[in-house]
Every structure is written in C-alpha cells, then in structure tokens.
Design a protein around this ligand. Structure first.
Ligand code: SAM
Ligand code: SF4
Length: 327
C-alpha cells in the first residue's frame, strides 16, 4: 500500500459515482440543486472499474461508493458486480441516503456489496421532510431494514448534527444503540454545502454531544479494533449492542490518521477533501493512457496529500460542493 509524504498509509478510496441526488439536504444543497455535470463528462462503468482496479492493485483495499446519491446512477448494480469481482478488494461499501434501498438492497447484496452506511439526521417524519426538503422518513427506515435483511452489515447510520435543527435528538439516536443492529455516528456539520452559508453557527462539538449522551444514558466506553477505516472514534453505552461514533472534522483534527483519496464522478482525484487541488484521471484515461501511467497519477495524488487542514478557521474552503465530492 502507498504511503504519503507524512508516512500515512493511504488505502481507502471514496468513489463518487454521480453528482445527482433525489434529496436536497439543507446542509448540502440548495433547493434548486447544483449545476449538473454533462452526461459525457461522468465516468462510465468500465472507466470506474478500470480506475478502481488500478487503485486496488496499488493497495487501496477499501472502496466506498458515494455521490450525490449512488442509487440514482443507472447501472449501479452492474457497477457493483464488476467491482466486487476485482481480486484484492477486501471491503466494498456504499454511503446512501437510503431512499431507494428497499428496492436495491437484495440486488446490491447479490452483486457483492459488503455493507452500507445510511445518512439519517432525524427520527421525526416532519423534520425529515424539512431537512431533506421532500424526503419520506419511512422510505429510509424501510431501506435500513431491507439492508439488514439482505446482509449488508454492519449498517451504520450517519447523523449530521446541527444546533437548533436536530441536536435535540442526539440522545434519542444514541439510545437506539441499546438495540441490536443500530450503530450511530454523529458528524459535525462542515461548511461545505453548496449555497449553504449558515453552518458555522450550527456546529455542535462532538464533546458536547458526548456529554449530553453520557448525562442521559451513562458513561461511554471506548471501543478499539477494526470498527471502521474512517476517522470516527467509537464508544459504547453500558450493555449496548451497537456502537456510537464521533466524526469531528471541525473541533478535533484527525488529519494525522487520514488514509484516503477521493474520486469525483467526472474522474478527478482529490488528495484532500478541503483542498481545491485535483488530479485529472479522465483526460488521460480517454486519451489512451496505459495502466502504468494511471498508476503514476494515483501516486502523484498520494504524494500531494497535505499534512492537514484548518477547517475551523475558514468559511468555505472547497471549490466543489459536497455532493460532487461525495462526503
Ligand atoms: N447521498 C448520499 C448520502 O447522503 O449518504 C451520499 C453522498 S453524501 C454527500 C455523503 C455524506 O456527506 C452523508 O453522510 C452526508 O450526511 C454528509 N454531508 C453532506 N454535507 C455535509 C456537510 N455540510 N457537513 C457534514 N457532512 C455532510
Ligand atoms: Fe443528497 Fe446526500 Fe447531499 Fe443529502 S447529503 S443532498 S442525500 S448528496
């Protein structure tokens, strides 16, 4: 596996398979959506498979499909099936809003997807509609059940916490982990949504969420070991079956543990979520680059990873909206 200039092992690739979405979460996109990529600019299935094959060959053993909403991409099940066949790929996962999972869970599992993370910011139907602008909470809950039944485990639920909007639900969410199969991760909202300017005031530091949970439900005990490949820190409530994770991009830098690159749906490699630097893979790919040349571009992106970011100090650092980058 490749190491970057700061001796971090880089082994995790997040692949955005589309910039389109069937929701408009208030912290991610404006109601009218964001300007969409032209169809011909989006990587085709065989192009994604080739890039991922090269990445896996370099030692990227964890691949996560994201978006936009990955399940609105046509041919997503075929894409998963072709990726799942790549030798050396240990972990193939997806981050989804869950709206279409009821329909897709079984085909995805059959195609070889290992597990899903589902974004769910509230357990209240009215609020869900408000936060996603038109989504139906029932669809996500049914999608989660379908994913579990299909064996796409563990199913982790991601909750972006925003002060004054849904932070009064953190204890209710945490309580769910007392039941089997509920794993909740609390995410500090980042100033990366397109046309979203208010998030700074909305950040609820992870330490505050943790205090609220402990005051209501008891002490959290750290969980060590292979709970995930991302930046979350994991804990458990007394007698809980599930885990509680915190992803604190704003208040606790985890850059020293960063192990990832990102690929946008139009074939740009991003060394860092918060840097506007990109490395274009699509043009050389379509101009007949050899595998060796594409491998060299990957390694260039690994070397280009900055030591860290200063997200708490800047208003809107990225040139690309979150729905293009894939979270
Ligand atoms: N549409 C899928 C979904 O929502 O799960 C995948 C793409 S979405 C961009 C990936 C993740 O980014 C989701 O968990 C979402 O909650 C998170 N996200 C989007 N905007 C964010 C923001 N401004 N701050 C923190 N997380 C954000
Ligand atoms: Fe769509 Fe995911 Fe962004 Fe929500 S967070 S608007 S579901 S891409």
């Amino acid at each position: 596996m490749p190491f970057d200039a700061y001796e971090r092992p880089i082994q995790y690739l997040r692949v955005s398979v589309t910039d389109r979405c069937n929701l408009r979460c208030v912290y991610c996109m404006p109601e009218e959506g964001v300007p969409q990529l032209a169809h011909e600019d989006v990587l085709r299935n065989e192009e994604i498979v080739r890039i991922v094959r090269i990445a896996v060959g370099l030692g990227f053993h964890h691949i996560r499909l994201t978006g936009g909403e990955p399940l609105v991409r046509r041919g997503i099940v075929d894409l998963v099936a072709n990726l799942a066949r790549l030798p050396g790929l240990d972990d193939l996962s997806m981050t989804t809003n869950g709206i279409l999972l009821r329909e897709y869970a079984v085909p995805l599992a059959r195609a070889g997807l290992h597990r899903v993370n589902i974004s769910l910011d509230t357990l209240r139907p009215e609020r869900f509609r408000q936060m996603t602008r038109w989504g139906d909470l029932e669809d996500v809950l049914a999608g989660r059940e379908a994913a579990l039944a299909a064996g796409l485990r563990p199913v982790k639920v991601n909750m972006v916490v925003i002060r004054g909007l849904n932070d009064d639900e953190v204890v209710d969410m945490a309580r769910l982990t007392l039941e089997p199969d509920w794993h909740i991760r609390f995410i500090e909202v980042m100033p990366l949504g397109a046309g979203v300017h208010w998030v700074g005031d909305g950040v609820v530091p992870s330490v505050e969420i943790r205090e609220r949970i402990e005051a209501a439900l008891g002490p959290l005990t750290p969980v060590y070991g292979e709970v995930g490949v991302g930046p979350a820190r994991y804990y458990q409530l007394p007698k809980a079956k599930g885990t509680i994770g915190f992803i604190s991009a704003i208040t606790e830098h985890f850059c020293q543990y960063c192990n990832r690159l990102r690929l946008t749906s139009d074939g740009q490699l991003l060394p860092c979520l918060l840097s506007s630097a990109t490395i274009d893979l699509r043009t050389p790919l379509r101009n007949g680059a050899t595998d060796e040349e594409l491998r060299a571009l990957f390694l260039q992106a690994v070397v280009a990873k900055p030591r860290g970011h200063t997200l708490s100090e800047i208003a809107c650092p990225s040139a690309l909206p979150m729905s293009h980058i894939g979270g």
